[in-house]
Structures are given as structure tokens and as C-alpha cells.
Design a protein around this ligand. Sequence first.
Ligand code: HEM
Length: 222
Amino acid sequence: MTVVEPVPFSTVLRTASAAEHEAAESSPFMGHLLKGRLGVDAYAELSGQLWFVYQALEGRAAELAEHPVIGRFIDPALFRTAALEADLLHLRGEGWRDGLVALPATAAYAARLEELVETWPAGYLAHHYTRYLGDLSGGQIIRGIAEKTWGFEKKGAGVHFYVFDQIDNPAAFKRDYRAKLDAAGLALDEVEQRRVVEETKRAFQLNGAIFTDLDLRYPLSA
Ligand code: HEM
């Protein structure tokens, strides 16, 4: 008799969102950024939009720390809000908060995050995974390009968001994170697992929508 091992939940999430990842990665805004074709104003705006996202992701995270399934994921070493604020101070100056407005897609994403903190913590995990594992992965590529394109000091002001000072070994951290995802998957029934998978795809789409809004605001011809 062949015993079929269940697919680890971390693999399920990665595989199920592969097409959405590809779409976000190849969106025009990201494409222009990766090719070093955007002005620093567009990068500053991206950082500003991310600030709204991380305010929503982290503002009430402490309330989830005791949650049986997702409590183990709440880790201050990941928190990005303070790093973003340091970057925004560098990029926009002392009055960085003045005139900083959430684009419609950003407001929609923040609203979804706030709703999940309130009503469905397992759904929040989908966004925790999408954002933080992304920041620890592709985010490092974006950091290198930002340093090169706009002359930020390596791992310095302007790119603090992409620097995880409290994580010495990102590869090991990601391995542990995936093991925690696998354990979380086992704690969820099949229906709930499927809902989290769908929410992960939605997380990528919500992020992609921010890039679309940014592309409208910072268009490049050809
Ligand atoms: C410029 C765009 C991007 C590039 C170049 C990029 C690149 C990468 C690479 C190379 C990995 C694999 C890293 C590894 O296996 O350790 C990765 C993983 C990941 N990326 Fe991206 N990425 C980009 C955009 C995004 C965006 C916009 C998101 C979501 C907001 C995202 C979310 C993720 C996630 C969640 C993973 C972890 C997948 C897993 O192993 O489970 N990425 N990315």
C-alpha cells in the first residue's frame, strides 16, 4: 500500500500563489523599478503606501500574540513600521506624514487587513506570509536595485524597510517560518485551509492593485 504524504501547507501556499506572484513581479510598476527606470519620487511613494499597509498589519498584531494558531507568527523582529518611518523621514523629510495619502488600492488593502484582525486571524496569516516572506525574499532584490538606482547607502537610510536587523540568518528564518506554516496547516481543517489559500491569492492581488495605482501615478512611456 502506498502512503501518500500530505503536501506541507507551506508548499501548498507557495504553489497555489505562484501565478499571482509572477503577476505581481511582472507588473509594469515593479518592472520599471527593477530596471531602474523610476524616479526616487515613485520609490518614496511606494514606501509611503507600504507605511499604510504595515500600520494595518502591525498596529494591532499584539492582540493576536495569544492566538492558538497564529500567535507564534507574531514576532517583533519582523515589524517594519519603525523602519518605514525612518525611510520616510529620509525620503520626505521631517513633515513626511503631511500630504501622505493612501491610494485607493492601499486603503482597500488596509481595510481588508483590519477586518481580518477583527474577524478571522487565520486569514490574517495569509497576509503575514505574503508580506514578510516576500520582504525577506524578493525584497532583498528590490533593496539592491534601490541602492544602485537612487544611491542610498547600503542597508542605510531609504532602504531600512528591507533590512531585518534582528534576523541574522534569513534563510534559516524562512525555513523555520515554513515549518510553522506547516504546523498551522495541520491545525486547520480542510475547509479552513482552502480559505487561507484563497486569502493568500487575494493578498497578492491586493498588493498588485497598489502597483497598478502607482503605475497610473508614475507612468513611463514605452
Ligand atoms: C520585484 C518583484 C519581486 C521579485 C524579484 C521577487 C522575487 C522572489 C524570489 C526570488 C523569491 C524566492 C526566495 C526563496 O525561495 O528564498 C520570492 C519569494 C516570495 N515572494 Fe517575491 N518577488 C517579488 C515580488 C513579490 C511581491 C510583490 C510579493 C507579495 C507582496 C512577493 C511575495 C513573495 C513570497 C510570499 C515569497 C515566498 C514564497 C515561498 O517560498 O513560500 N514577492 N520572491
